[in-house]
Design a binder for this molecule. Structure first.
Ligand code: K2U
Ligand code: ZN
Length: 174
C-alpha cells in the first residue's frame, strides 16, 4: 500500500474528465487500496481518483464513525436523485482549510461496480449522499469551489496560489 499525492486546487489536472474503468483487475484493486490509505491518512471521508492524478472513474468513501466501512465505487452512475435538497458545509482535500455551503440532493441512488467487479446499487442520504455527489463531481473535473460566487472562487484561488508559493519557499530553505 502507498500514500498518494493529493493534487491541490487550482491544479489544472483536477479539471480532467475521468474515463470509465475498462477492467476491475489487480491494478485497480491496488489503486483502491492506496486511495483508501491516502483518504484515512488525510482524515477525509471521500476521495476520487482524479485527486490523485489517476483519471479513471474510481471513488472511495467512508463516513462511518469507526472509519471501518469503506464504500468503493467503480464506474459510478447516479440512477436516482431526490427532489429534496440540502444546503451543507463542504470541504475538500484538494482545497485544504476552505469550507463553504453547497446545495446537493438530500438522497441519491448510485449504481457502480465493487472491487470484485460486481454491479450493485446503493441508496444513500445525509453526509454520504453529499459525499457521493462531491466525489462524482471530481470525476467530471469539477471542484466544489466552482459552486461559489466568482468573487469567493477568485479569493480561494489566490489563497491557494499564495500558500503554494510559501510552501515552495519553505522547501527551498531546507
Ligand atoms: O473530495 C474530497 O476531498 C473529500 C472530502 C469529502 C467531503 C466533501 C463534502 C462534504 C464532506 C466531505 C473531504 O473529506 S473534506 C474533509 C471533510 C471531512 C469530514 C467532513 C467534512 C469534510
Ligand atoms: Zn473534494
Amino acid at each position: 500500500m502507498a500514500l498518494l499525492n493529493i493534487l491541490r486546487y487550482p491544479d489544472p489536472r483536477l479539471h480532467k474528465v475521468a474515463k470509465p474503468v475498462a477492467a476491475v483487475d489487480a491494478r485497480i484493486r491496488e489503486l483502491i487500496g492506496d486511495m483508501l490509505e491516502t483518504m484515512y491518512d488525510a482524515e477525509g471521508i471521500g476521495l476520487a481518483a482524479t485527486q490523485v492524478d489517476v483519471h479513471e472513474r474510481v471513488i472511495v468513501i467512508d463516513t462511518s464513525e469507526k472509519r471501518d466501512q469503506p464504500l468503493v465505487l467503480i464506474n459510478p452512475e447516479l440512477v436516482w436523485r431526490s427532489d429534496a435538497r440540502v444546503l451543507g458545509e463542504e470541504g475538500c482535500l484538494s482545497v485544504p482549510q476552505i469550507y463553504d455551503k453547497v446545495e446537493r440532493h438530500a438522497a441519491v441512488t448510485v449504481a457502480a461496480l465493487d472491487r470484485a467487479g460486481q454491479r450493485f446499487e446503493r441508496e444513500v442520504e445525509g453526509l454520504t449522499a453529499v459525499c457521493v455527489q462531491h466525489e462524482m463531481d471530481h470525476l467530471v473535473g469539477k471542484v466544489f469551489v466552482e459552486y461559489l460566487s466568482p468573487l469567493k472562487r477568485d479569493r480561494v484561488r489566490a489563497k491557494m496560489l499564495k500558500r503554494a508559493r510559501e510552501e515552495q519557499q519553505e522547501r527551498q530553505k531546507v
